[in-house]
Design a protein. Sequence first.
Length: 310
Amino acid sequence: MVGRKKTKAGRISFKLGIPKRKTRRKHLSRPGLKAALISAAVLCVVAAIGFGFVLLDKYVARRAPVSRAALVPKLLDVPEWVSERLKEKVVVTAQMDTTGAYLGADTARTIQQNIKSAIVWLDEVRVQVTNENILISANWRKPLVLVKAGDRTVYLDADMVVLDYLEMPKLPIVKIKGLLFETPLPQPGRVWKSNDAAAAVALADRLDRMDKSVAGDKPLLCEIERIDVSNFNGREDERSAHIVLYTKDNTEIIWGAELGTWQRYLEATDEEKLTNLYAYYKEHGSLLGGAKYINLQYSQTRVSLPVDKY
């Protein structure tokens, strides 16, 4: 009987024994949790360091010094009439100042400024630099007429911008004769404010646009040699035509007053003059060798044949 009796101390010891075993199991699981957390942290650090090196490598590659001479300039959307000499001039300019260049926006701006300051033939220059190329696009100034002043020979575009002389074998560029030179001929890249030259340029531009619309592969301008403005605004003879065109075989095309002033002088409209000129060109296939002169000045258009007299 005495052996079966549980003492108070024994009961207490029995009840407290279970919690003690649970506490030991809980303590035993903590080292595994800590190890897992440490492993995860180490992996995160390693991944972050690796990602950082990748970004750094890309940054260094992007900002590494390069020679622009190693890049390939590419001209985009170049008009068919642009000569190889002019293309070469733009490419060489794009590769100027190659020491210590960096790829990026600064490089593009520098190249853009180089081209704008050296090549007056381009307007609204846009430059993009990649790891392999310098991509260049722009609006190309098209020369319409040729002007000689003393020992200088230049072109004028439709906006009266002076362009330095380069041979343009693919363009029908017309000469201007009889200029008064009331204002000096400016340097290339500048606008020339000259009334008689502007009248000739406007007429050449109008003929150029007509060629694109109706002449196809055989532009009428290819047969025009010069525009004579000696009598512009009747400064030599009020009764004579103000503007006269001459073909390459010296056929005289009597135009009359400058564009937009036909009504003041009771002449045929500008549209009527153009229509009659291109109708003759289409009918005969050429302005050369047929007529002695072509009079477009008045509505009753008269074409004088070689047997006719003035």
